[in-house]
Write a protein that binds this ligand. Structure first.
Ligand SMILES: *Cc1c(COP(=O)(O)O)cnc(C)c1O
Length: 366
């Protein structure tokens, strides 16, 4: 927390405007839309809810397919199942670790029926190759949902991450770069669609005094208290991005020279928010696997984690179609096998980080 959150919460209490909705929600929506350079934003209870609403707005239903990045957190794809639709997973490419335009093109060209949507994830705060992906999807007339849950504050060619697709989504879950404890945002230039999103998110109540409903809705809106936290958090977003990038830079200086350590790239023309510092470790070269390093760090009460397990490898999705980067090369599988996320919190002190670096250096030297 930044400390300013209490101000907005206090205001809400003084106005006795706790829930549902209220002025903090309206302001938070406006501020996020301004920040991302989109026409409109709808505050919701989670990033997952925002993805679900985007799928609903695009008319995804049973019998449809939706393409989705494979290397991501399960929340990117679960809403496809909520709609009874079928996911198809698309591999990563090496420059950004995000959706491979080649695999996407192949999947679209081979599709019996075009997908209703493509969910593109900006992993760990690095934007996907949005120019290529948007141009392919435009050519096929398929809408893009940009899962920017991890990339708030990142940029692609001077524009904010999350502002490229028909819909963009952000998460304010506790682990993200800024948080409302739990929450999300759906952004778009289509204000009419976001009006519909707000309607669906408040139980799809028709404009009648007697609680009438013609469509299935959800209880997905953000409370006025949490939006107050979000407003104060948004004020420190740039600081948080700077802090995360500084953490990355310190790891980079320490280990860039190590043969067998390769950091997740920051593609030219993009600004990575470095939500998590991630790298690849080649066990043949350094003599230990990422899993062994995670265990060694854990002995010192330091938490490091593996890279997301690709969704096409998840038991939940065992019969789902998957398009690798090339016929011979599955990039996400390699990233899963060799990748590691190092401690990257915005509040990590230099001393704490030096301790992590010292211990890793010790492991390398042995
Ligand atoms: C966190 C996350 C989400 C979901 O956000 P919640 O607010 O936790 O529902 C979706 N996609 C990705 C890539 C995420 O990291």
């Amino acid at each position: 927390m930044s400390g300013q959150e209490q101000l907005y919460i206090k205001e809400a209490f003084e106005q006795n405007w706790i829930a549902p909705l209220g002025p903090n929600v309206d302001n938070f929506e406006r501020e996020v839309a301004m920040y991302t350079g989109t026409e409109d934003a709808a505050a919701v209870s989670s990033g997952t809810a925002a993805i679900h609403l985007a799928l609903r707005l695009l008319g995804v239903e049973s019998g449809d397919t939706v393409f989705c990045s494979s290397l991501t957190f399960i929340a990117s794809a679960n809403p496809i199942l909520y709609q009874g639709a079928e996911p198809v997973f698309i591999d990563s490419e090496p420059d950004t670790w995000n959706m491979s335009p080649d695999a996407l093109e192949r999947a679209l060209s081979e599709a019996e029926r075009l997908p209703k949507a493509v969910i593109v994830v900006n992993l760990y705060g690095q934007s996907a190759k949005m120019d290529e992906i948007m141009s392919i999807c435009d050519r096929y007339g398929v809408s893009v949902i940009e899962d920017a849950a991890e990339s708030l504050g990142a940029e692609y060619k001077g524009k904010k991450s999350g502002s490229f697709g028909k819909y963009g989504i952000f998460s304010f879950n506790g682990n993200k770069i800024i948080t409302t404890s739990g929450g999300g945002m759906l952004v778009s230039n289509d204000t009419e669609a976001l009006r519909k999103a707000r309607f669906l998110a408040t139980q799809a109540r028709d404009p009648a005094p007697h609680y009438q409903h013609s469509e299935q809705g959800y209880n997905y809106r953000m409370s006025n208290i949490l939006a107050g936290i979000g407003r104060a958090q948004l004020e420190v977003l740039e600081e948080r991005v700077a802090a995360r990038r500084a953490v990355f830079n310190r790891y980079f200086s320490a280990f860039n020279e190590i043969e067998g350590f390769t950091f997740m790239p920051e593609m030219d023309g993009t600004k990575h928010n470095r939500w998590l510092t991630t790298l690849i470790i080649e066990a043949e070269k350094v003599g230990f696997t990422p899993a062994e390093l995670i265990n060694r760090l854990a002995e010192h009460n330091i938490e490091a984690r593996p890279v997301w397990k690709p969704l096409h490898l998840q038991p939940l999705f065992k019969n789902v179609k998957y398009y690798p980067h090339t016929e011979e090369d599955s990039v996400s599988e390699k990233l899963f096998e060799k990748g590691i996320c190092l401690p990257s919190g915005s509040n990590l002190t230099i001393e704490q980080q030096e301790k992590v670096i010292f211990i890793i250096k010790e492991i390398i030297s042995k």
